[in-house]
Design a protein around this ligand. Structure first.
Ligand code: SF4
Length: 338
């Protein structure tokens, strides 16, 4: 199966004048030099050299880490020019970037269009005014709607990133943010439960008892609901939970909060478990659950938690999990033996 590959170009806190309570980009940036042209080319070349097997469908250069469109246009163009050269040579097919909802205007969008950018992701985080204010996001929800509309009217693919469990957030507010996202109808979304990172205002709020993070169980419950709302409306959720890296793990940058290295699997596994359980309506001695090989580990659940759940709930019956590659992604089959 051919793969979609992202070449991530990390621009820490580049272009951002803000200081969101959860963001440690300033602390990271203080330790890093700005990204030089040569370094960006080296990163792209390194990725491309590993991808020459012809096994890739699309290769995309993705600018992450700051607020790309907050960078002075001249400097944006320095990075975009390099990306476009690779696109013009047919070595990559797409350019993606992330930014804040209030860093979008006509001039910015026209410039991005000229450089062939295909996707703009907005770090929206929440549609709730109190959550935005308490997280020091520096904009109101109104700008999310207007920016999203402008992005789509220029023919860009729109991505919306939401966070769960920020200061002032509740189950209802998170669910409402997912519903508002559906109204905007982006192509893709990412869901990030709030993690307290070192050297952030959120860490100070946590230490002084002002902020109480979500536990993993609550974060999974809320994210699961949001994931269902988004996917059932045709929004492709391409990421759930912060990606583990050398620094993003407990004991390094992560101080507390809803961090789990396989958070996405916890959410998807829980949804699959509920679906499979809903199929066990008749009497049976043995149940066999099927998925394709890509979805198999989600079906069993992180650390086999779904297998354990069924064995505990239906004691005396036997359960097995099997691969059937005729099934599509996210498709599951249940065979009951009486
Ligand atoms: S807008 Fe983004 S980069 Fe800027 S402080 Fe907030 S989270 Fe960090």
């Amino acid at each position: 199966m051919k793969k979609h590959v992202n070449i991530p170009i990390f621009l820490p806190h580049k272009g951002c004048q803000n200081d969101c309570v959860f963001c440690n980009q300033k602390a990271i940036t203080a330790k890093l030099k700005p990204l030089e042209k040569d370094e960006m080319i080296r990163t792209i070349e390194t990725y491309l050299s590993t991808l020459l097997s012809g096994n890739t469908e699309t290769i995309e250069i993705a600018f992450f880490g700051g607020s790309f469109t907050g960078i002075p246009i001249k400097e944006q163009n320095k990075y975009l020019r390099i990306a476009k050269e690779y696109m013009d040579k047919g070595l990559i097919q797409k350019i993606r970037l992330s930014t804040r909802p209030d860093y979008i205007n006509k001039e910015i969008l026209e410039n991005l269009k000229d450089f062939g950018v295909s996707t703009i992701e907005l770090g929206v985080q929440s549609f709730d005014e109190d959550v935005l204010r308490l997280s020091n996001r520096g904009y109101s929800s109104e700008v999310i709607y207007t920016s999203s509309e402008s992005i789509k009217s220029y023919g860009f693919e729109l991505g919306i990133q939401l966070m769960i469990g920020l200061p002032g957030d509740t189950y209802e507010k998170s669910v409402q943010s997912a519903k508002e996202t559906v109204k905007i109808h982006p192509s893709v979304a990412r869901l990030y439960p709030t993690v307290i990172l070192r050297d952030t205002e959120l860490e100070r709020m946590y230490s002084s008892g002002v902020y109480h993070p979500l536990d993993i169980g609550s974060a999974v419950k809320i994210t699961k609901e949001m994931y269902s709302i988004l996917t059932s409306s045709g929004v492709n959720v391409i990421r759930i939970g912060l990606k583990s890296t050398e620094n993003i793990k407990e004991g390094r940058e992560v101080v507390a909060g809803a961090y789990h290295p396989a958070f996405g699997q916890l959410v998807k596994g829980e949804l699959i478990k509920e679906y499979l359980d809903s199929q066990l309506t008749e009497n049976f001695r043995q149940a066999i659950f099927y998925s394709n090989d890509r979805c198999f580990s989600n079906m069993i659940g992180n650390q086999k938690r779904n297998e354990i759940f069924f064995k505990n709930k239906y004691s005396g019956r036997s359960f097995s999990f099997k691969i059937d590659n005729s099934l599509k992604d996210e498709e599951y089959k249940v065979a009951l033996i009486k």
